[in-house]
Design a binder for this molecule. Structure first.
Ligand code: CU
Length: 123
C-alpha cells in the first residue's frame, strides 16, 4: 500500500532546485539561481538574469522585498541589489531564518516595469 504512492511522489518532485520556484511576470523572462545551492539561513545571493525574447535587459532599477507568508513577517534586513551588466543582477541578503520565503522583485527597466515572485525554501 505504501510503496506505490511514495514512488509516484518521487517521480513528480524535481530533484534539482525544488527549493526555488520563480513565478513569472508579464513582460520579461527572469532566470534565478541561489548561492549557496541549496540555500541555508545566513548570507545568500540570488542571481537574476533578466531578458526579453532572448535579449538581455540591462539598466533596471530592482527593488526587493522578502516576506515569510506563513509567519507574517518580513526579511528583517534589506537585500542589497547590484547590477552586474548584460542583464545580470545580484541580490545579497542575510536570511534570518530557515523556512519558506517569498521574495518579490520589482523591476523598473528602460523598456517597462515588471514584477516577479521567487518562492525560496531555505534549510
Ligand atoms: Cu519566519
Amino acid at each position: 500500500m505504501r510503496l506505490v504512492p511514495l514512488l509516484l511522489l518521487a517521480a513528480c518532485v524535481p530533484m534539482e532546485h525544488s527549493f526555488l520556484e520563480v513565478r513569472p511576470g508579464a513582460l520579461y523572462d527572469v532566470d534565478v539561481t541561489v548561492e549557496p545551492d541549496p540555500p541555508v539561513a545566513g548570507d545568500l545571493t540570488l542571481r537574476m538574469f533578466v531578458s526579453d525574447e532572448g535579449e538581455p535587459v540591462p539598466g533596471c532599477a530592482v527593488g526587493v522585498m522578502a516576506m515569510m507568508p506563513e509567519h507574517g513577517h518580513g526579511g528583517m534586513n534589506d537585500p542589497v541589489v547590484t547590477e552586474e551588466g548584460d542583464g545580470d543582477y545580484a541580490i545579497a541578503w542575510k536570511c534570518p531564518m530557515a523556512g519558506h520565503w517569498e521574495i518579490t522583485a520589482d523591476l523598473d527597466c528602460p523598456s517597462g516595469t515588471d514584477q516577479v515572485v521567487i518562492d525560496l525554501h531555505v534549510d
